[in-house]
Design a protein around this ligand. Structure first.
Ligand SMILES: Nc1ncnc2c1ncn2[C@@H]1O[C@H](COP(=O)(O)OP(=O)(O)OP(=O)(O)O)[C@@H](O)[C@H]1O
Length: 651
């Protein structure tokens, strides 16, 4: 078992390149050219400056494999030494470009918002600068310094590459494992360095090879125009210039000098092609293996309490969080869209979770369960904001906390597992490494301690320690969910939000995961919010349930009470359509119609259009929560009619 870094995984791309004949040939050619230049002082047969006027302009011979030039100097030796200047210039430009484009591109793509807008303006400026004129001016100002000229080439080219790396980072940002890393409490810098950068390395390598080819053209072009080191120092461009001036009398001279530039450029372009193909294969394979699925995720939410969005009737409750609760949510309202013109997606959400309590958050698709869960973590999509209400964790207000403050809450105090454990895991990292990363996000621990805790966490989710050495594509969905749970436990959270943790799993595995969650809850004493639309799962695990419909909590009660006598027509309809209660041969009752989207919410009861008990009064004004005996509440004014209907059915 190990929690080692993902170096082995990064060799996957190179392995795929090595399977491509063009990739191998171009790679070998480049290694020979670069290696030959680096080792020039040991392998060059002659001094590149040594002149011998008795053998000028000779063709290839045993003594001079590539012939001699107009001063009798050995061409092979000059090419080998000249490569140092030409390839060194390429290296300077590429490194300069990377130093600027990688951080700015990833920052713009991953962080977005103002940072993105500022960086894009800088890119516009860089792209509008006439590169050739600036480079020639730099050479004039800096006394023909090829080094400074290549730095300026790198700076000027970085604008285009910032855009490329930004696009790559933007697409990685949507991945669930990035969301999972944020939930685990990892900082932005760490996520960008450890998760985004490795994911865009394929694009990066392709761009580096193609830019190197282009820069080689610029470097040799400048040397051809007599910029850079003056004669007799060998440069590839200078050798081409000399050969061009003697093209009539000695055409051979152009073959080795022009040839080395052409071969190097071609090899770089072909290597770039092979890398691009290998990288695309990787995404296709990863997509097939993981069933890639887009996910709503984005920058941390801006938390702006807006008292005006909390209706008067609920204001008193909104101002009175429960001091005994671990989590006390009051009047929580979330909007999506441009500030000031948001569409409200959840509103007036109130509930408490006591320490160690397991509570189900139930409702059809679109009722607002996930938005509520993400709001608790400050992880709403980039266009989402908390526009009202309060979230208190052990008395501490989370609404209004900065992102940095929220990071100390995520993972450490509130953890989350999602319904897609496989896509929550970064495919490039061994699972042991990812668990280790979750541990280190909360504690400063050494390698040995990280490994010990990784083993301990794997054991706690009933997995063999050897699983740590596997990559996500080497494990099953059930194992992936166990690992996601292990990662969630790494910060020893007080509250675990499990968002439909069994939905994507095989039925046989579902029961195991629920069992595991129950055992872990008993062992650790943490509270759990179980987001689900499956009453069977809720009945299995939860003591209380919160039922949501079209962005509002419509009923809160103990699960046993809800099953015995629901106090909201929506809860009753949901229970009737529960597949666990289906009778053989009888069609399963369904709730007619669909959950209205936020912009179609009616003024009155949101469920009125689908409710058989609705009257005119239900449609006229917003319905407040009615507090019933036994800590129950229901957002319904027809509770008596419902109770009468249910007792009629029962009798
Ligand atoms: N980024 C977003 N932008 C705009 N609207 C959104 C966004 N995310 C969620 N919503 C809206 O919020 C509402 C509640 O969605 P939510 O995902 O919370 O429902 P849910 O009950 O969790 O459903 P499911 O079980 O399908 O996950 C939906 O109407 C949805 O359209």
């Amino acid at each position: 078992m190990s929690a080692k870094s993902p170096r082995a995984m990064s060799t996957g791309l190179f392995r795929r390149v090595l399977r491509k004949p063009l990739g191998v040939v171009s790679g070998v050619v480049l290694i020979l050219i670069v290696g030959g230049s680096l080792a020039a002082r040991w392998i060059a047969p002659y001094d590149p400056l040594a002149q011998d006027f008795s053998i000028v302009k000779q063709g290839p011979s045993a003594a001079h494999l590539l012939g001699t030039d107009s001063l009798g100097r050995d061409i092979l030796s000059r090419l080998l030494f000249g490569g140092q200047e030409s390839l060194g210039g390429v290296l300077v430009a590429v490194v300069t470009m990377l130093i600027i484009a990688i951080p700015l591109g990833i920052l713009a793509g991953y962080v977005g918002g103002l940072a993105d807008r500022i960086i894009l303006r800088v890119v516009d400026v860089l792209l509008s600068i006439p590169g050739t004129i600036i480079t020639l001016a730099v050479l004039a100002i800096f006394n023909n310094s090829m080094f400074v000229a290549m730095v300026s080439v790198g700076v000027l080219a970085s604008g285009a590459f910032i855009r490329v790396f930004r696009s790559a980072a933007l697409s990685v940002r949507q991945e669930l494992y990035i969301g999972a890393a944020r939930v685990a409490g990892l900082g932005r810098l760490r996520i960008m360095a450890a998760h985004v950068l490795p994911q865009i390395r394929g694009v990066l390598l392709v761009q580096v090879t193609l830019f190197s080819a282009a820069t080689l053209g610029i470097q040799t072009g400048l040397a051809f125009l007599a910029f850079g080191p003056p004669p007799p120092a060998p440069t590839w461009g200078g050798m081409v210039a000399e050969a061009a001036s003697l093209i009539q009398s000695s055409p051979w001279l152009l073959v080795p000098s022009g040839g080395i530039i052409a071969v190097t450029t071609l090899a770089l372009c072909l290597l770039g092609d092979a890398l691009r193909d290998a990288n695309q294969e990787r995404f296709t394979l990863a997509g097939l293996e993981r069933g890639a699925r887009p996910v709503r995720a984005g920058a941390g939410a801006v938390l702006v309490p807006d008292a005006a969005t909390v209706p008067d009737a609920d204001r008193e409750e909104a101002l009175a969080p429960n001091p005994d609760a671990l989590l006390s949510v009051r009047g929580l309202t979330v909007g999506f869209g441009a500030p000031g013109r948001e569409t409200t997606a959840i509103q007036r959400v109130d509930f408490d979770i006591r320490p160690g309590e397991v509570v189900g958050l139930v409702g059809e698709s679109g009722s607002g369960k996930t938005v509520t869960a993400l709001a608790l973590l400050g992880l709403l999509a980039g266009n989402g904001r908390i526009t009202g209400g309060s979230i208190r964790l052990a008395g501490e207000e989370l609404v209004g906390m900065s992102n940095a403050e929220l990071r100390t809450v995520r993972g450490a105090r509130i953890a989350m597992i999602s319904q897609e454990p496989m896509v929550s895991l970064d495919p490039s990292f061994r699972v042991g490494y990812q668990i280790g990363e979750a541990i280190r996000a909360h504690e400063r621990v050494g390698r040995a301690e990280t490994q010990r805790r990784t083993r301990e966490l794997l054991a706690s989710v009933r997995l063999d320690p050897a699983v740590a050495d596997r990559y996500p594509h080497e494990i099953s969905g059930g194992m992936a969910q166990r690992i996601a749970i292990a990662m969630a436990l790494a910060g020893r959270p007080e509250l675990l939000i499990a968002d439909e943790p069994t939905t994507a799993l095989d039925v046989t595995v579902q029961a195991d995961i629920l069992d595991l969650l129950r055992t872990l809850q008993e062992e650790t004493g943490m509270a759990i919010i179980l987001v689900s639309h499956d009453w069977g799962v809720v009945a299995d695990l939860c003591s209380r349930a919160i039922v949501m419909y079209a962005g509002e909590v419509v009923e809160r009660a103990a699960v046993s009470e809800i099953f015995a006598a629901p106090r909201h027509p929506y809860t009753a309809a949901l229970l009737r359509s529960n597949p666990h209660g289906a009778r053989p041969g009888e069609p399963l009752p369904t709730i007619g119609g669909a959950v209205p989207p936020p912009h179609e919410w009616p003024v009155g009861c949101h469920f009125a259009a689908r409710c058989p008990l609705a009257t005119e009064a239900c449609r006229q004004a917003p319905i407040d929560m009615a507090h019933l005996p036994g800590h129950r509440s229901s957002r319904c004014i027809r509770i008596d009619a419902l109770a009468a209907e249910l007792s009629e059915v029962a009798s």
